[in-house]
Design a protein around this ligand. Structure first.
Ligand code: IFM
Length: 674
């Protein structure tokens, strides 16, 4: 494995750095996304130089450049790469070790190759190198300016002939004003073309080798999962090196799905993953939310609440951009109620800030506005929660993560997240890290105590929402093999009357708040809800893999992990043309690191308690904790944690000590320090 400083765990060294893709008309729309190139600033969907399709015309997206109408969609701009050549594509080779995508082509009588990449170290610069060809002569008009809502994008293309090849570069930039965006794009393109293809490629290899130093995965015994996990990591590493604000939509910059809008996918699935190896990108995602706190305050006030409420779908302004209806395949208009009722995103954002703090062990984010955000969201909950005469508190008329059931009362996930949010805000105030009056904090803690949490003592598990257990008991496997969209197969009304759920819901609270629900409830919730889950949302399989592995069921977890890893590569949900599923990508890394490797970070330090499937002999992983590179090598009986500098580490149930090496052995099913 290139870029690693150690020997590979197994003999089959370096087999997982290259992925090959056959090519054909049916795979082309999916390849556009799964082979897209880009970084956190700009993306270009991948099309063959021989493509003549309509889709290949609009290929470029710039972070934060949304159309001006109220429900703004991410704007896609003209493709700057050559298309329309005479010839046939003969397959793609994605070199994830070096971030290079090579295309085999047959042009006339001869074979040919082109290579494209997003230039690491040059944010917003992309490169294409190919043979001299009649159609390589006409780049776009320079600069191409895209006017978005509050942001302007610009694309400048430069091209040189170097011997028998053509080098084309695109400088892609955004700014608040046209002149600045155009000047920045021009500068990027000029600098890149001035370096020449050879130097750019050498720099690409060097930078990617450094990127892989921050995040690595090796799975001895399962090269397929290793390769696929590395593909997901590659996708996340493409977002590294960001220092402004990052609005990562559900499909990133790789497709038009969900209009490029930002959901909880970003905060709960991607951000924790990036916190563990690219904290500056995670911080940029938080910055996106911090800058939209004024809009969240407006949203709360407009609805008659105090504090701040974040919208379910967010774009440039931070106001709610959730569409109010959609058209079903049969032409029927379907109301979309998530914008009005899916409230948990506000608590999710607070949780994301807290988890980022745990990974970085720094309060900078609180001082930079995070504390105000958490306080204002607590204030919002304190006015949104309904209090009954009997002293109980409730959240009525919501949608939880399971979007098949709308307008429900006391969704266990939402309520537990809200209670966590209220308590965390009060605790931070108690530590002097957040401004709130003692009256406010006393009320927050009191409300958190009184808020229904869905836990049913007699059953030892949660009821997903009030009345869920009385719905028609339908099990997913009696309908189809998961993952499947139950609402499309059975109809919305039938699904709403049943216990079929779309995605991890109660299971999500065990993923985000391990140790908060009563002991034993995680296993019972898994046993109850998994058979009822259709995994109709791509977010679901990875979350199940994580929770199941942590619950000590890694062999079962492996099935869901493999499904998550195949989501984009195998286009399992047939939605791949709309872009990569970033929540699945981030969720897969969390399933690996937090589930199978069993890493937990909290205010005490980093704990590790591996749960490897039988099929895995050993794993090795690298990540960053508290700014320090950490490596874990784990087998079924021994685990060694090595940190470049001392950091707080501990065995399960132990007390963290600052150290740079921790060795654990498994004795009688328990991990203890050796
Ligand atoms: O955020 C998700 C949601 O949980 C399920 N529907 C799709 C959204 C975007 O990925």
């Amino acid at each position: 494995m290139k870029g690693a400083t150690h020997a590979h765990l197994s003999d089959a060294d370096d087999v997982t750095g290259v992925l090959e893709f056959d090519e054909g008309p049916t795979s082309a729309p999916v390849d556009a996304a799964r082979l897209a190139i880009g970084d956190a600033y700009a993306g270009t969907r991948t099309f063959s130089e021989t493509s003549t399709s309509e889709e290949s015309r609009l290929a470029v997206a710039l972070d934060g450049v949304y159309s001006p109408e109220p429900e703004g969609r991410l704007l896609f701009s003209p493709n700057w790469m050559p298309t329309g050549w005479d010839g046939t594509g003969a397959g793609w080779i994605l070199d994830i070790d070096n971030g290079l995508l090579t295309h085999n082509l047959v042009l006339g009588p001869g074979a040919s190759q082109t290579t494209r990449w997003s230039a690491a170290g040059h944010p917003g610069v992309q490169v294409w190198v190919g043979p001299v060809h009649a159609d390589t002569e006409a780049p776009l008009a320079n600069p191409l300016v895209i006017h978005g809502q509050g942001a302007v994008g610009a694309i400048v293309v430069r091209q040189e002939t170097e011997g028998d090849r053509v080098v084309r570069v695109a400088g892609l930039a955004t700014a608040s004003r046209t002149r600045e965006a155009a000047a920045s794009a021009e500068r990027k393109a000029r600098v890149a073309i001035g370096r020449g293809a050879g130097a750019l490629m050498a720099e690409q290899r060097r930078r990617w080798s450094q990127r892989w130093e921050h995040a690595q995965v090796e799975i001895d015994g399962d090269p397929r999962s290793e390769q696929r996990m590395r593909y997901s990591l590659f996708r996340l590493l493409c977002l590294a090196d960001h220092d402004d604000e990052l609005a990562l939509g559900a499909r990133g910059l790789t497709g038009m799905g969900y209009r490029g809008h930002v959901f909880w996918d970003t905060d709960v699935f991607v951000l924790p993953a990036l916190s563990s190896f690219a904290p500056s990108a995670a911080r940029a995602m938080i910055e996106y939310r911090l800058r939209r706190l004024p809009a969240a305050r407006r949203l709360a006030a407009d609805l008659g609440f105090e504090g701040a409420r974040f919208p379910w779908e967010s774009a440039a302004s931070g106001f709610d951009v959730t569409p109010r209806s959609a058209t079903a395949p049969n032409g029927q208009t379907i109301p979309i109620r998530t914008g009005e009722l899916e409230l948990h995103v506000s608590a999710d954002i607070c949780w994301a800030i807290d988890i980022y703090r745990c990974w970085t062990r720094s309060d900078e984010v609180l001082r930079a506005g995070g504390a105000d955000l958490i306080a204002d969201v607590a204030r919002y909950w304190a006015t949104q929660v309904n209090e009954d005469a009997d002293g109980t508190a409730h959240l009525r008329g919501v949608i939880g993560p399971d979007e098949y059931h709308e307008d429900v009362d006391d969704n266990a996930y939402t309520n537990r997240m809200v209670a966590w949010n209220l308590r965390r805000a009060a605790a931070l105030a108690g530590e002097g890290r957040l401004d709130a009056t003692s009256r406010e904090t006393a009320r927050w803690v009191d409300l958190a105590e009184r808020l229904a949490n869905g836990y049913v003592d007699a059953l030892g598990r949660h009821e997903q929402f009030a009345g869920f257990d009385s719905l028609e008991p339908v099990l997913a496997e009696t309908v189809a093999q998961p993952p499947f969209p139950a609402d499309l197969l059975l109809g919305r009304d039938a699904v709403q009357r049943s216990q079929l759920i779309k995605q991890a819901d109660v299971v999500m609270l065990h993923a985000l708040l391990p140790g908060v629900p009563p002991p034993g409830s995680c296993e019972r919730d898994l046993d109850y809800y998994l058979p009822r889950t259709s995994h109709g949302s791509s977010l679901s399989p990875a979350s199940h893999a994580q929770v199941m592995a942590r619950a000590g069921r890694p062999d079962e977890a492996l099935r869901w992990f493999e499904i998550a890893l195949g989501m984009d590569l195998d286009d399992l949900t047939r939605t791949g043309a709309g872009g990569l599923h970033y929540a699945t990508i981030g969720g897969a890394w969390q399933a690996f690191l937090l589930g199978f490797v069993g890493v937990t970070v909290d205010s005490n330090g980093l704990r590790v308690s591996p749960n490897l499937p039988q099929a895995w002999r050993r794993i090795r992983t690298r990540f960053t904790y508290s700014g320090v590179a950490v490596e874990i090598v784990a087998g079924h009986h021994e685990v060694v944690v090595t940190a470049e500098h001392p950091v707080p580490l501990c065995a399960p149930g132990g007390t963290a000590r600052r150290q740079s090496r921790l060795t654990l052995s498994r004795v009688g099913g328990r991990w203890t320090e050796s």
